[in-house]
Design a protein around this ligand. Sequence first.
Ligand code: MD3
Ligand code: FE
Length: 225
Amino acid sequence: MTARAATGGVPSGSIALPDGVVHLRHHLDETAQRDLVDQVLHAIGEAFWFQPTTPRWNRPFSVRMSNLGTLGWVSDRRGYRYQKGHPESGLPWPAMPAALLELWRQVAGHPTLPEACLVNLYRDTARMGLHQDRDEHDFSAPVVSVSLGDTAMFRLGGMERNAPTRSFPLTSGDVLVLGGPARLAFHGIDRILPGSSDLIPGGGRINLTLRRVSQPLAKIASAGS
Ligand code: MD3
Ligand code: FE
């Protein structure tokens, strides 16, 4: 699949990286960014943040997390998984703001809607090591990522952990669409540049990742026949 096929009607002027990666620089203007941060922080409130821990060692991530939508990604000593409710309270995740569903429709080039929006909060020294996103049951939909607040140094590799990597900044309002062969690429956040934006109350960076998690019913039915 080419980047263009994976991402639908991407406006010209966007820059194609490795196959399946589209980086829409400053896709959201200042007003759209502020509105989105307001809506997301309001939906999450105080109650829905959690501190994920690593499965093997039960060590806290440096990133704080929450989720919006019908399914949310969680990590604890039992492993990585998607679930319908908050890991401590069991309460269902808040709904995804309409603006995020609209963004997906615009850039994902995929007929279904996202089920999960992982909200990552990076304050000053938070980072995310090189990893693949492979806890979903359907890799045919792209992952759509929205960067808000401080600039992050993003690292993108290949399909194997030891493949060469490249690094480039993600700035507030940038949208990344990762589909086709890039869907399973290794990636991470080396660091953020604290104080590079004042968008997030209390400082730092918020990344939103919109994902399809389950296989469409039609696909399950045809596989079983
Ligand atoms: C490349 N988040 O939550 S978003 C994650 O900025 C995650 O918080 C980072 O990696 C962040 O899993 C990076 C950009 C991104 C998201 C998904 C990808 C890049 C990707 C999936 C495949 C390849
Ligand atoms: Fe990831």
